[in-house]
Design a protein. Structure first.
Length: 167
């Protein structure tokens, strides 16, 4: 399983597309703890969230970054925090869709996160029960079509983020 810098290199080495399906209500990320606490205290997000530099580092190279987040309202505090940062990701060029299972069904999708790079490599994400990242498992090539179909189903059923937040 990949984690740390080895996992981070995937975002430097993909050539065209990176797609993520997110399914958790809480992600416990060490680097976000202080920012999350500030958000809960009403301090807002840091300035770099207005135009996410990590996303921008990929999209400025002509790469396409997209995600669909499967969630259920009412939103957890963490999801409110994460969704508050999405406009900066969108400004930086990421395409984000939402499937809110309180408003629509999400059949045919896995119950776990994954990244699909260049339609050629799929990594299943593994987390603890509390949402801490354990690692990314490269799945075998014979699973690729399955995960491409998951991506297609998610994109077809997702509501664009701006439309979701306007509702």
């Amino acid at each position: 399983m990949l984690k740390g810098e080895d996992f981070g290199r995937l975002f430097e080495t993909f050539e065209r597309t990176a797609f993520r399906l997110e399914t958790l209500a809480v992600y416990d990320v060490d680097e976000e703890r202080e920012e999350f606490a500030d958000f809960l205290a009403g301090k807002g997000l840091p300035p770099d969230c207005a135009d996410n530099p990590w996303v921008r580092s990929m999209t400025d190279l002509g790469k396409r970054v997209a995600r669909v987040h499967v969630l259920r309202s009412p939103l957890s505090d963490y999801l409110r925090y994460e969704l508050a940062a999405y406009p900066g990701n969108i400004k930086a060029g990421e395409s984000i869709g939402i499937i809110d299972t309180a408003l629509q069904e999400a059949t045919g999708l896995p119950d776990h996160d994954f990244w699909l790079f260049d339609d050629t490599r799929v990594y299943r994400m593994h987390y603890t029960d509390s949402g801490q990242f354990i690692g990314a498992e490269l799945l075998s090539d014979d699973r690729l079509a399955e995960y491409q179909q998951y991506r297609d189903i998610a994109v077809a059923h997702a509501v664009p983020f701006r439309e979701y937040t306007a509702a």
